[in-house]
Design a protein around this ligand. Structure first.
Ligand code: FPP
Length: 232
């Protein structure tokens, strides 16, 4: 493939609708969605994509029915345990970013362990955004910067300096953002970081988004002309 994105991010949408269309509970859609996560991660690693990030749970998602929230958290826990040996075998680094203070102690401990154990892996990094929202990230960065810096240094902050206070510090901005299920919005995701990201929208529901669909998105990215506001 000619032009490969370094960082591909995905808003995984449509699990509920996928399940409902089959007369099943929404949770079946999430379960199938985990298979799509595995497929896309495998394909990203095969292609040599360095970062794959996934919007797994937004700050707003806490307002879903309690049963669905618990199911999603349990699924997260289970998937981490199931995938651990696979990640080690395939040299995948695992990172979770978001408002960790809202996650349970047990889940936080499991996430810390998984992040520590995979920290030295360097083929592909999978970033799971959990309890994340773009506005929350910008707010926490602003507060951290204000607490750390003198008023003069705070006033002198530039965009590149501010990057270092976001939870994504050190991670390149996404080159390509995919959203499945036909919704055409950013839903409070990587607001700051997606300033020059290429967007790719597809009607395919997340449980149906597998290797072939992932590859199509990457190929489409290769045809884009990125100008960053300049004239070429
Ligand atoms: C969107 O579909 C999907 C989610 C909010 C959850 C995504 C979570 C997973 C695929 C599983 C866990 C993730 C990992 C990384 C193992 P929706 O429920 O909004 O569907 P709808 O729009 O059709 O209602």
């Amino acid at each position: 493939m000619e032009i490969l994105p370094q960082h591909v991010s995905i808003i995984m949408d449509g699990n509920g609708r996928w399940a409902r269309a089959r007369g099943k509970e929404r949770v079946f859609g999430h379960l199938e969605g985990v298979e799509s996560v595995r497929a896309c991660l495998e394909e990203a690693a095969t292609l040599g994509i360095k970062y794959l990030s996934l919007y797994a749970f937004s700050e707003e998602n806490w307002n879903r029915p309690q049963a669905e929230v618990s199911t999603l958290m349990e699924l997260m826990m289970k998937s981490m345990k199931n995938e651990f040996s696979n990640m080690m075998k395939n040299n995948i680094r695992f990172v979770v970013l978001g408002n960790r203070s809202r996650l349970s102690e047990g889940l936080n401990a499991a996430i810390d362990k998984m992040m520590e154990d995979t920290a030295a892996n360097n083929r592909t990094t999978i970033i799971v955004f959990l309890s994340y929202s773009g506005k929350w990230d910008i707010m926490q960065a602003m507060k951290k910067a204000a607490a750390e810096l003198s008023p003069e240094a705070f006033q002198a902050l530039g965009p590149e300096d501010f990057d270092n206070y976001l939870v994504t510090a050190g991670i390149p901005d996404p080159d390509l953002l995919i959203r499945t299920s036909g919704e055409l919005r950013i839903s409070n995701y990587l607001l700051w970081q997606s300033a020059y990201t290429e967007f790719y929208f597809t009607d395919v529901l997340w449980p149906d988004f597998r290797k072939e669909q992932f590859r199509q998105a990457i190929e489409e990215y290769g045809r884009r002309d990125r100008r960053y506001g300049k004239v070429k």
